[in-house]
Ligand binder design. Sequence first.
Ligand code: CTP
Ligand code: MG
Length: 213
Amino acid sequence: MAVGTLIVAAGSGQRFGGPKQFERVGGITLLEAAIERAKSISNRIVVALPAGIELPSSNSELAYTVGGDTRTESVANAFRALGDRFDYVLVHDAARPYASQALFERVVAALARGCLAVIPALESVDTLKVVEDRMVRETLDRNKIVRVQTPQGFQYELLAEIINSRKEATDEAAIAEQLGYPVTIVPGEELASKVTWRADLERLRLPRVGLGF
Ligand code: CTP
Ligand code: MG
């Protein structure tokens, strides 16, 4: 069971106010924290970094490549740099540095059971509404809504097909869905929430206190 992991870290962090993947928390960058948690389950990790910065040296277990203008392009570039075929490929955001090893394991376990595409999801505690021009158009059934996270896992050939389709989406699971493939959810975790705004750093650090994290 060989696992290749793509960590996308090529964004510019417009909402954060700078490339958040290089922000240091507890002495290490968010990107380093993400790599650390992915390591034990991955045979090879490829990290997509912004263009214009010097790439750290690569080895067979951890390699760096240049990302693209969109997340989808960064995933495609990282996939190309994976080189060999792996049984499963995980796609993970550097902006979710506190996703636990247990979450990575849960995703891989579902792939090992034969699921084609696997995504962590959390139920929505808030009611969600569709709005247009600041007016509510529709209230969604909360029981049918989940918040989706990474790492997202794919059987190798499916991710290859997703990338070759050249469709753009905020995540690869959405493309799997568009192509008509079943996408399975596994329980996500609050700690795997994305760092989008600077305030998210404080929010995500709180649960770490006293957990020996
Ligand atoms: N990402 C990437 N390549 C891009 C855009 C995003 O690799 N061209 C990565 C980000 O580095 C991040 C993940 O995709 O790890 C999720 O994206 P997001 O939270 O939107 O990060 P940014 O695009 O950097 O932030 P913003 O949208 O606020 O500019
Ligand atoms: Mg973005």
